[in-house]
Design a protein around this ligand. Structure first.
Ligand code: AMP
Ligand code: ZN
Length: 495
């Protein structure tokens, strides 16, 4: 069904800084590109949040009836440790430290990434191309940029000439930076003397003899600059200009700015009509980052095996938690927040189960289902405002409970409309799974059962029956449930 014909979707475009009415290039079709992970380590929950935001965007666009070609790449070469084109390639470094092949690193973390995304009920993208699979396209792109006078070769490396580009184009228009300010703020780093100006960025880097990941090129053996792969792959699969490009806020500069520059320099066209940026995930009020140790990976959150949360949280609860805030707001991951989301999610599921058992009356009163349904669309049409959508879903929950208690009524056609709409938004758009069918109910019951055993163990200890309390702990440990005694009581985790 082409629902999009009756809905006006607005998207906040980072380029204009405004919400704009969305109009695809080809009616009914959408091309969307999202920068994927650099597969040199386990994906963390911050990455997951960004990809989940775009999973929801993909789901809603599909729900509206668009044919979406969603391209999300895998960065398996070219991403250096520093944005200033210095340092080792992240994947090569990992391979060197672990004494394995770079492609083993890539395989290991690509598998981990897919596992996590499957567990969290992501839809797979339409195409998932890799940087190493598109070296030829990247070399061709560099040739065009050189031919058009916007890049230069020095000692086997090729750099993008930002100053030359800025004479005819506007470098910095996405991240709202001016080249003059960048000039004042860039420090000249050692080892960058090949560049005409420190603002220039690498399109191709010469591979030193120790560099393992290398390809032949017209400029000698080397490897592509990180920004180039996204331009090469988005152009190949979505065309010279396409509808939506997404990524985390931190990619706006330099990565996305450089993508725009490369496209304009090679093809003379701006690549993207709507730039979307997802905001960052924090952990207990601080930016989640591996360098500070303020991080939690999805496995740890799902198993409860961590020292930051009091218990394990299910995939549905994690999804629900993330959908409760707008993709453009900073989101703080906390135990209290997750607990509140768990309650909310269970309440929603309970109402959906109640809904399936409601009896229709002759008339409806209590909620105008048609206008409620449009409010759900209005929320998502307003730049994918999922927290407002969830507030609307809870208006339906309230109504369902009133009908159950005989305080409101619903007729047969409204019952069908309410059921279909709730299913569409809860399952298709938000990507939640019915707790009954996913086994979540059983998981919750098991978790309650362990809580009962924890209480019995506390009673045994209070009665100085240490033989019994140890037995409870050891037998739970034998089936993979670890009890942790802390100052606020006992918690458990599974492995
Ligand atoms: P990377 O693997 O580092 O290239 O990052 C993959 C994606 O995750 C990018 O879109 C980043 O912007 C995003 N990302 C990284 N850290 C965070 C964070 N703390 N919160 C949200 N997104 C993040
Ligand atoms: Zn990218």
């Amino acid at each position: 069904m082409q629902l999009y014909k009756n809905q006006e979707l607005k998207i906040y475009n980072s380029l204009s800084g405004k919400k704009e009415v969305f109009k695809p290039i080809n009616e009914g079709h959408i091309g969307m590109y999202v920068c994927g992970p650099t597969v040199y380590s386990n994906v963390h929950l911050g990455n997951v949040r960004t990809f989940m935001s775009f999973d929801m965007v993909f789901r809603y666009l599909k729900h509206l009836g668009y044919k979406v070609r969603y391209v999300r790449n895998i960065t398996d070469a070219g991403h250096l440790e520093s944005d200033a084109d210095v340092g080792e390639d992240k994947i090569s470094k990992k391979a060197r430290l672990e004494q394995i092949e770079p492609m083993e690193v890539v395989q290991m973390y690509t598998v981990d990434f897919h596992n996590i995304l499957n567990t969290l009920n992501f839809l797979p993208p339409s195409i998932e191309p890799t940087a190493t699979g598109h070296i030829i396209e990247q070399i061709e792109l560099i040739k065009s940029i050189i031919d058009n006078g916007f890049a230069y070769e020095v000692n086997g490396s090729v750099y993008f000439d930002v100053h030359k580009f800025n004479e005819t184009n506007e470098y910095g228009k996405l991240s709202k930076r001016k080249l003059e300010d960048l000039i004042h703020n860039t420090r000249t780093l050692d080892g960058q003397s090949d560049k005409k100006n420190p603002q220039d960025f690498a399109l191709w880097k010469k591979a030193e003899p120790v560099h393992i990941m290398r390809w032949p090129s017209p400029w000698g053996d080397g490897f592509p600059g990180w920004h180039l792969e996204c331009t090469a792959m988005s152009t190949k699969y979505l065309g010279e200009t396409f509808d939506i490009h997404g990524g985390g806020m931190d990619l706006k500069f330099p990565h996305h700015e450089c993508e725009i520059a490369q496209n304009e320099a090679a093809i003379g066209k701006s690549p993207v009509n709507y730039w979307m940026h997802a905001n960052m995930l924090e952990l207990n009020g601080q930016r989640m980052a591996k360098s500070t140790g303020n991080t939690i990976n999805p496995h740890e959150l799902l198993s409860g095996n961590n020292d930051k949360m009091s218990k394990a949280y299910s995939p549905n609860v994690i999804r629900f938690f993330m959908a409760q805030s707008s993709y453009r707001s900073v989101l703080d991951l906390t135990d209290e927040g997750l607990k509140a989301s768990e309650k909310g999610f269970l309440k929603l599921m309970e109402a959906m189960n109640t809904l399936s058992k409601l009896q229709a009356s002759d008339n409806s009163n209590g909620l105008d289902i048609n206008s409620w349904k449009q409010k759900c669309y209005d929320a998502m049409n307003d730049d994918f405002n999922s927290p407002v959508l969830i507030a609307e879903l809870f208006n339906a929950v309230k109504y369902i409970n009133q009908v159950k208690d005989g305080k409101a009524a619903i007729n047969a056609s409204d019952l069908e409309l309410l059921t279909n709409t709730l299913h569409a938004f809860v399952f298709d758009v938000l990507g939640l799974k019915n707790s009954g069918s996913s086994g979540e109910d059983t998981t919750d019951k098991l978790s309650d059962t362990v809580e009962v055993l924890i209480k019995l163990r506390a009673e045994a200890r209070a009665n100085k029956d240490f033989a019994l309390s140890d037995k409870i702990r050891d037998e739970l440990a034998a089936i993979g449930i670890q009890l942790k005694d802390g100052k606020d009581g006992t918690t458990f985790s599974t492995n």
